[in-house]
Design a protein around this ligand. Structure first.
Ligand SMILES: [Zn+2]
Length: 326
């Protein structure tokens, strides 16, 4: 009996100890979760999506309506809303109107990206040309419900001289337009052009390898701009990522959203991101443009060893893509 009693007592003690241990661990765990959560709320980098241009052509065997719908579906599945910065020249015909009304219906903001996509660092594209380009596209998009007065500079080039930069800015202001800044710039357009090239001219294309390169590239650039921004501002700002209305967005946006989440990013609507006070900053560097974070970093003079000009370009990605056979 004694033996059994002490065995029972022993078991009770062991179980009790185990339970206590378990409770302790649970408490510790929940405390740890609370702390991590608190840090996450404060520390989480945030991104939103903006798309430029607006192509109305079939791409590498994908019908225009289909690849466009793939982008809209990827956003819709996550209940995300973008700002779509469109160039006006191809938005007056049936396909152009279809494109704008599809994005408008899905409640994506429709914004201005000039009429003919000129580079304002070029001296031939004067302040006067700027005003014509702005107003021409404004007259095409202003009938849409989701129309907003945000302007995105083609190639993110805002002019080389003080006189022109200030002239252009005063025209934006006169017309109640805001600069539709990008904070995270990348070369999705270059990956897109090489993918389309291979799909057009080769029998076999390793789409998965393109996707892997694309995802790594965008995440690497996002992390770069966020780290510079964090050093500059002492906080995670609400970023606007520049993507293009193209085949890489159609094929890879779903995975990109997943990857951002996996890397700990929060994703929000682009119009929400523009409420961040960072977008009221007006950098005074010449030439003006690139990503807003690039310009502010340049202006600070503290990041010379980490900034390149142009900030993003095909030349930085070409060798690696060649090496990978992409
Ligand atoms: Zn563009």
């Amino acid at each position: 009996m004694n033996k059994i009693k002490s065995l029972a007592l022993f078991l009770v003690l062991i179980l009790g100890f185990a339970c206590e241990q378990d409770t302790n661990t649970k408490t510790e765990r929940s405390e740890a979760t609370k702390t991590t959560k608190a840090i996450k709320v404060l520390e989480k980098p945030t991104v939103s999506f903006t798309f430029d241009d607006g192509i109305t052509k079939d791409l590498a065997g994908y019908k225009f309506e289909d690849w466009n719908q793939m982008i809209l579906n990827a956003l819709d599945e996550e209940d995300l809303h973008a700002v779509f910065f469109v160039s006006g020249f191809n938005k007056m015909d049936r396909k152009g109107k279809y494109l704008l009304s599809e994005w408008d219906k899905q409640e994506h903001k429709i914004a201005n990206h000039t009429f003919s996509h000129p580079n304002f660092n070029d001296k031939n594209n004067t302040i006067k040309v700027f005003e014509q380009e702005l107003l021409q596209t404004d007259s095409i998009i202003n009938q849409y419900e989701q129309y907003v007065k945000y302007f995105r500079f083609p190639y993110l080039k805002e002019g080389k001289t003080k006189e022109k930069i200030e002239g252009i800015r005063s025209i934006l202001e006169k017309n109640n337009y805001r600069n539709g800044h990008v904070t995270i710039d990348a070369s999705d357009w270059y990956v897109n052009s090489r993918l389309i090239n291979q799909m057009t001219y080769r029998k076999k294309v390793d789409t998965l390898a393109f996707e892997a390169f694309y995802l790594d590239h965008i995440i690497e650039r996002a992390t770069f701009y966020d780290s510079i921004s964090y050093e500059l501002n002492g906080r995670h700002i609400k970023h606007t990522l520049l993507l293009h209305h193209n085949l890489t967005s159609a094929l890879f946006l779903k995975s990109l959203i997943k990857r951002f989440k996996l890397e700990g990013w929060e994703i929000i609507d682009a119009i929400e991101a523009y409420k961040d006070p960072i977008y009221t900053r007006v950098p005074t560097v010449e030439p003006a443009g690139e990503s807003l974070i690039w310009s502010l970093a340049k202006e600070s003079g503290k990041f010379e060893n980490r900034l390149r000009y142009p900030a993003e370009d095909s030349r930085y990605e070409k060798d690696e893509m060649d090496r990978l056979g992409l």
